[in-house]
Design a protein around this ligand. Structure first.
Ligand code: C2E
Ligand code: MG
Ligand code: MG
Ligand code: MG
Length: 284
């Protein structure tokens, strides 16, 4: 009996693995087609000043709305898939190009001074020359190093080899902003702040969510902000969804906030309207 039930459990798991693989394979083929047919697009989420509420920068977030009528597939699902199956190179190049094109368009329309931050995943920065490619693309669109920023998670940084480190230093010295994304969820060793040429910390949403109810989280946040500011880094709070969270992040001296409380990620045309409607200079 016992043997029999083990056996059926085996088949059960096998079945699950089989289904998962099948789904992945299917998704992979659809993703390949989506890249070829340009079904992907980039949405932009504003980062606003915690003091004035003014939009300062944007984060580029890739979106996939399948044209075969399927549900939108979140990047948390297809980025890892693209990484595993060597599509991240093409996908990453496409995102970089699309963001550079959009930024050039906005600058030509007089919308200046809004940096657009691009996320780079682990396998993506492992592709040799990925940052040279970024620079070439920026040159092609006549962008300067303040027009585009880079976001890397701690877990991505920990995999970075010497050539990546070298590229990051080069970009840093040319004035490019480099943010550590999801700060506090990875290895969180402060040696990153020593080793890597970063300019901003993006505090992970989990701290922001818990902070209003948790003195411990607030103490951690206050410490992070203190260290960051002593190092001359800019602090961004991710995932601000409520007024209470906003006020807390402002009290903790976070420079910028990003989250649904202000704006969700949105299509280029929508964010363009927002930028256009904002006064040129903030009046404190
Ligand atoms: P991330 O870089 O940390 O991006 C922030 C994520 O939080 C985004 O999810 C955004 O939509 C979401 N978010 C923003 N404000 C709020 C909020 O107030 N509440 C909640 N619950 N969520 C909020 P998204 O777009 O699904 O992206 C997930 C992750 O996928 C990103 O995390 C990033 O790691 C990766 N990703 C997205 N776009 C790209 C891309 O173009 N290239 C690469 N390599 N990775 C990307
Ligand atoms: Mg990010
Ligand atoms: Mg993040
Ligand atoms: Mg994240």
């Amino acid at each position: 009996r016992a043997k029999g039930s083990d056996h059926s459990r085996y088949w059960f798991f096998n079945r699950q693995i089989h289904d998962t693989l099948l789904r992945q394979h299917e998704l992979l083929e659809r993703l390949q087609r989506a890249i070829e047919r340009q079904e992907l697009c980039v949405h932009y989420q504003p980062q606003v000043s915690s003091m004035s509420g003014r939009i300062e920068n944007l984060e580029a977030l890739v979106r996939w709305f399948p044209e075969d009528g399927g549900e939108p597939v979140p990047p948390s699902e297809f980025i890892p898939l693209a990484e595993r199956f060597n599509l991240i190179h093409r996908l990453g190049d496409w995102i970089v190009r699309e963001v550079c094109r959009q930024q050039a368009c906005w600058k030509a329309a007089g919308l200046n001074g809004y940096r657009i931050d691009i996320n780079f995943s682990g396998r993506q920065i492992a592709v040799p020359g990925v940052f040279d490619q970024l620079q070439r693309c920026m040159q092609e669109y006549h962008l300067n190093h303040r027009d585009i920023g880079i976001e890397l998670t701690e877990n991505v940084l920990v995999q970075a080899d010497d050539s990546v480190l070298e590229s990051l230093h080069r970009l840093y010295h040319r004035g490019m902003k480099i943010a550590i994304d999801d700060f506090g969820t990875g290895y969180s060793t402060l040696s990153y702040l020593k080793l890597f040429p970063v300019t901003s910390l993006k505090i992970d949403r989990s701290f922001v969510t818990d902070a209003p109810a948790s003195p411990r989280d607030r103490a951690i946040l206050a410490g992070i902000v203190f260290i960051a500011h002593r190092l001359g880094l800019e602090v961004v709070a991710e995932g601000v969804e409520t007024l209470a969270q906003l006020e807390l992040m402002r009290d903790l001296n976070c420079d910028l906030v990003q989250g649904h409380y202000h704006f969700r990620p949105m299509p280029a045309a929508e964010v363009q309207r927002l930028m256009r409607d904002q006064p040129l200079l903030s009046i404190p």
